[in-house]
Design a protein around this ligand. Structure first.
Ligand SMILES: [Zn+2]
Length: 215
């Protein structure tokens, strides 16, 4: 039996063995968790040394057809599967070749551009910088929203000192916005309504801090 933790560590190990950047290895981990769960459901065990990659591929195919999330998520899941397959076969993995993202401003497709290392919309001026190994970091949006994201980041950065405070504040924002913590990311702020909601959530934290000081 291999634990979920061991599956999640494969990404970092395999990226390092392949000479690929590991700085954003946490971004790969949720996809290894999906593979872990698919393995448990299909094979009744999670021992990656004993799984049949062909059958797991078919499971990933079903999963991506049933769970239509953001357009880039299936490609990252397929890449995570390739990392696992290469890891089991003790060979180097290829870089991630980029994906297609949904524009956060107009909904059109955004493509990766090597020269700027950004995902840019084919219909409007929206864009977002890519992370290491061409991984999406934020949903592409128009310039005015990118400015608001920087301002929201600054508002939050001014409030916390330690990483545990940071975690606490993001957890608070997640519950305030009634959304899962893994989606509570300033890179997901796409509209004026999102900006307003985040401003309110941060103001709420500031008020709580003030009240705490007043005791
Ligand atoms: Zn657009």
């Amino acid at each position: 039996m291999t634990s979920e933790r061991e599956w999640r560590k494969i990404a970092k190990t395999q990226l390092a063995l392949s000479g690929l950047p590991t700085v954003n290895e946490m971004e790969y981990r949720p996809y290894l968790t999906i593979l872990f769960n698919l393995s448990l459901a299909k094979f009744g065990h999670s021992d990656y040394a004993k799984i049949n990659i062909g059958i797991l591929q078919a499971e990933v195919q079903c999963f991506t057809e049933q769970n239509r999330g953001s357009s880039h998520q299936p490609s990252l899941l397929w890449y995570a599967l390739a990392l696992l397959n290469d890891y089991l076969n003790q060979r180097k993995s290829n870089p991630f070749m980029g994906t297609v993202m949904d524009c956060g401003s107009c909904g059109a497709s955004c493509f990766y551009h090597e020269e700027s290392n950004r995902y840019s919309c084919c219909m409007c001026e929206a864009s977002a910088e890519a992370g290491a190994n061409r991984l999406p970091r934020a949903i592409p949006v128009i310039h005015s929203i990118r400015i608001e994201r920087v301002r929201l980041h600054k508002r939050l950065d001014d409030l916390y000192v330690t990483s545990s405070e940071r975690f606490k504040f993001y957890s608070h924002i997640a519950s305030y916005l009634k959304q899962p913590l893994e989606h509570t990311h300033i890179g997901q702020v796409c509209s004026a309504e999102d900006v307003e909601a985040w401003d309110k959530a941060i103001t709420n934290i500031e008020q709580k801090i003030e009240r705490f000081k007043g005791v």
